[in-house]
Ligand binder design. Structure first.
Ligand code: SF4
Length: 113
């Protein structure tokens, strides 16, 4: 959830491997590890948490997103959709709310923002 809105739905294994939503991706990057040999890129969230009483337009995460697409993120609220294909889906499959389609190969490669 982000600002009281579901952004990604699925089993723990589905959501973590790999995360679909940039917010989930940033949260997972902040988990400390005791494996000093593991290289993990930390994805910092920019800005501050918006007000829940006056949430941002479009995608609620657009003010802090490291993968923002620009106007589409500011103007259009992304619906929950099938995470891998971006197609409408049923209630039991893995879902995410991001306008940016993701593939496994894109995991942990922030585009800046
Ligand atoms: S819709 Fe845009 S701003 Fe929202 S999470 Fe996806 S890329 Fe980021």
């Amino acid at each position: 959830m982000y600002l009281a809105e579901l952004i990604e739905v699925g089993s723990a294994e589905e959501v973590f491997n790999p995360p679909h939503h940039p917010y989930t991706e940033a949260l997972l990057s902040s988990i400390p590890t005791l494996d000093f040999g593991e290289r993990r890129e930390r994805i910092p969230l920019r800005g501050s948490m918006p007000s829940l009483s006056e949430p941002p337009s479009g995608c609620r995460f657009h003010t802090r997103c490291h993968r923002t697409l620009g106007d589409i993120c500011v103007e259009q609220e992304p619906p929950l959709q099938e995470a891998a294909t971006g197609q409408p889906t049923n209630a039991t499959s893995r879902r995410g709310s991001c306008s940016r389609p993701r593939r496994r190969t894109e995991a942990a490669t922030p585009t800046g923002g």
